[in-house]
Design a protein around this ligand. Structure first.
Ligand code: NAI
Ligand code: MG
Length: 484
C-alpha cells in the first residue's frame, strides 16, 4: 500500500518579487526608519533570510499616527461613505488578482503549506474586504443608531499565524467604518503586510489612511501607548493582551482583544466516526496547530475512544509533512525557533506528567523548524498539556462517560474561544452548544470561517468580536439620534 507515492509538486516562487529590504509604510510611501535600524525575516522551512525589514521605534510610530490622524481629519472621515466603499472593493479585487503572489510570499515567510495560503488565507482575506466594502455605505442600517460615527485613529497589532488574514480582519472593518489605521505585523511575518501596502498604493488609497509599521513587541507597545490613538485592536497571546488592557486602563482608548484558546472537540458515541476523524485532523493540524481556535483538546466518549484513536492514528500516518511550497504538503514548518522551543517544552512536560505521546513515523527536514503531528493519550485535566495553549500540532486526548461530564471537562479552562461537537443528534448538539462557554461552536465540522460570522471569546480568550455586524460595532460609536 505504501508504494503509492506522490511526486513532488512544487509551487514556483518566480511570481513573488521580494525586495532585499523594506522601509516603513507611512503617509502612502515607503520611508526609512528614523534611526535606520532593521531586522531580518526568514523562511522558517529553510532558515533562509528573505529580506531586511525596517525597525520602527517610538518616533516612527509618532510619524505614522500623525499621518493617520491627518488622513482621518482631512480626507477619510469627510469622504462620502459610498466612495470609501469603492476603495475597499478595489483593494479586494487587487488582492484577488494578486492572490498567487500573496500565497507564495505568505508561505515563504510563515512556513504554512501553499495549499492553505492559496485556498484559505488569501481568499478569506479578500472576502473580508468584499464583505466590509458592502457595509461602508450602509452603516446607518446596521443597528447602531441612525448616525454611527467612526472612532478616529486605530492602532492594530497582529500575530504571525495568519499574517494577511489577520490584517484583513483588522483593516477592512476599520476602514469601512471610516477610521484610519496604523498596523504592526508580527516580527516573523511582515512580508504580506508590506505587499498589502503596495496594494493600497495600487488602489490609489489616499495617503495616510493605512500605515504599516514593522518591528517587535517594543514597537507594538509604543503604538499601544501613543496618546493620539482612539482604539487598539490586538490578536495574540493572552499575556500581551492583559498587558494592553492594563496599559490603556484610565485612558479613553477602547480595545478589542482576540487572545488564546484551548478548544474542546467533543465526539459523542453516536457521531459519524470517519467524518469526526477528518474534523479532528483539521481541528488540530491545520496551519501546524498555530490557530487560536484549534481543537487542541479532544474529548472522546469512552465507548468509542479506541475506535476513534485507531482511525485517527491511521489518518495521521497519511499526513504529509515537509516543504511548504509543495502543493501536496499538509503540515508545514513551525513558524519560529521560539515557537518550536515552546512546543517542545510543553510536550516534554506532558511526558513528565505521565501522558503517552504518539506520532507517526515522519522524516523531518534537517534545516528549518519542524514538529511531527502528535497526540497525547492518558491525559488528565491537571496536566499542563490539557490546560496551556501549545499552539502547535499537538493534541491532548481526554475521555468521558456522560454528556454532563463532557461539558464539565470542556468548560474546565481559563479560555473560551471555540468548541466542536460531533453527534448525529441535532437535539444533543443544541443541548451541548448551550452549555459550552465558547464564542464559536462548530457542529460536525471545525475551523470554518466566514466574514459575516462574528468571532471572539469568553474569559481569557479576549474582549469583543471580529467579523460580521458585531465586529463592525467595535469600530463605531453609536449616536443615539434615532428618529430625530
Ligand atoms: P505575542 O502576543 O507576543 O505577539 C503577537 C503580536 O503582539 C506581535 O505582533 C508582537 O510583536 C506584538 N507584541 C508583543 N509584545 C507586545 C506588547 N507588549 N505590546 C504590544 N504588542 C506586543 O505572541 P508570540 O510571542 O508571538 O507567541 C507566544 C504565544 O502566544 C504562542 O505560543 C501562542 O500560544 C500565543 N499566540 C496566540 C495567538 C492567537 O491568535 N491567539 C497568536 C500568536 C501567539
Ligand atoms: Mg518569516
Amino acid at each position: 500500500m505504501s508504494d503509492f507515492e506522490y511526486a513532488s509538486a512544487p509551487e514556483s516562487r518566480a511570481i513573488a518579487n521580494i525586495e532585499s529590504n523594506y522601509g516603513l509604510f507611512i503617509g502612502g510611501k515607503f520611508v526609512q526608519p528614523k534611526k535606520g535600524k532593521s531586522f531580518n525575516t526568514i523562511n522558517p522551512a529553510t532558515e533562509e533570510v528573505l529580506s531586511k525589514i525596517g525597525y520602527a521605534d517610538k518616533s516612527d510610530i509618532d510619524a505614522a499616527v500623525k499621518s493617520a490622524r491627518s488622513a482621518y481629519l482631512k480626507v477619510w472621515s469627510k469622504m462620502p461613505a459610498k466612495e470609501r466603499g469603492k476603495y475597499l472593493f478595489r483593494i479586494a479585487r487587487i488582492m484577488q488578482e494578486r492572490a498567487r503572489e500573496f500565497a507564495v510570499v505568505e508561505t515563504l515567510d510563515n512556513g504554512k503549506p501553499i495549499r492553505e495560503s492559496r485556498d484559505t488565507d488569501i481568499p478569506l482575506a479578500a472576502a473580508h474586504f468584499f464583505y466590509h466594502a458592502g457595509w461602508a455605505d450602509k452603516l446607518e442600517f446596521a443597528g447602531f443608531g441612525s448616525k454611527p460615527k467612526s472612532l478616529g485613529v486605530v492602532g492594530q497589532v497582529i500575530p504571525w499565524n495568519f499574517p494577511l488574514l489577520m490584517l484583513a480582519w483588522k483593516i477592512a472593518p476599520a476602514l469601512a467604518a471610516g477610521n484610519t489605521v496604523v498596523l504592526k505585523p508580527a516580527e516573523t511575518t511582515p512580508l504580506t503586510a508590506l505587499l498589502f501596502a503596495e496594494v493600497c498604493q495600487q488602489a490609489g488609497l489616499p495617503e495616510g489612511v493605512v500605515n504599516i509599521v514593522t518591528g517587535d513587541g517594543v514597537t507594538g507597545a509604543a503604538l499601544v501607548n501613543h496618546p493620539d490613538i482612539n482604539k487598539i485592536a490586538f490578536t495574540g497571546s493572552t499575556e500581551v493582551g492583559k498587558s494592553i488592557a492594563r496599559a490603556i486602563s484610565g485612558s479613553k482608548k477602547t480595545a478589542t482583544l482576540e487572545l488564546g484558546g484551548k478548544a474542546a472537540n467533543i465526539v459523542f458515541d453516536d457521531a459519524a466516526i470517519d467524518e469526526a476523524v477528518e474534523g479532528i485532523v483539521n481541528g488540530i493540524f491545520f496551519n501546524q496547530g498555530h490557530v487560536c481556535c484549534a481543537g487542541s483538546r479532544l474529548i472522546l466518549q469512552e465507548n468509542v475512544a479506541e475506535e476513534v484513536l485507531d482511525k485517527l492514528k491511521k489518518r495521521m500516518s497519511l499526513i504529509r509533512v515537509g516543504d511548504p511550497m509543495d502543493k501536496n504538503t499538509d503540515l508545514g514548518a513551525i513558524n519560529s525557533k521560539e515557537q518550536l522551543n515552546k512546543i517542545n517544552e510543553i510536550s516534554n512536560a506532558g511526558d513528565k506528567e505521565g501522558a503517552n505521546r504518539w506520532s507517526p513515523e515522519v522524516k523531518l527536514p534537517s534545516k528549518g523548524f519542524w514538529f511531527p503531528p502528535t497526540i497525547f493519550t492518558g491525559v488528565t485535566q491537571s496536566h499542563r498539556i490539557a490546560r496551556e495553549e501549545i499552539f502547535g500540532p499537538v493534541l491532548s486526548v481526554l475521555t468521558f462517560r456522560t454528556p454532563a461530564e463532557a461539558i464539565e471537562k470542556a468548560n474546565n479552562t481559563m479560555y473560551g474561544l471555540s468548541a466542536g461537537i460531533w453527534s448525529d443528534k441535532g437535539s444533543k448538539v443544541l443541548w451541548a452548544a448551550k452549555q459550552l462557554k465558547a464564542g464559536v461552536i462548530w457542529s460536525n465540522t471545525f475551523n470554518k470561517f466566514d466574514p459575516a460570522s462574528p468571532f471572539g471569546g469568553y474569559k481569557e480568550s479576549g474582549w469583543g468580536r471580529e467579523g460580521g455586524r458585531h465586529g463592525l460595532s467595535g469600530y463605531l460609536t453609536a449616536e443615539a439620534k434615532v428618529n430625530k
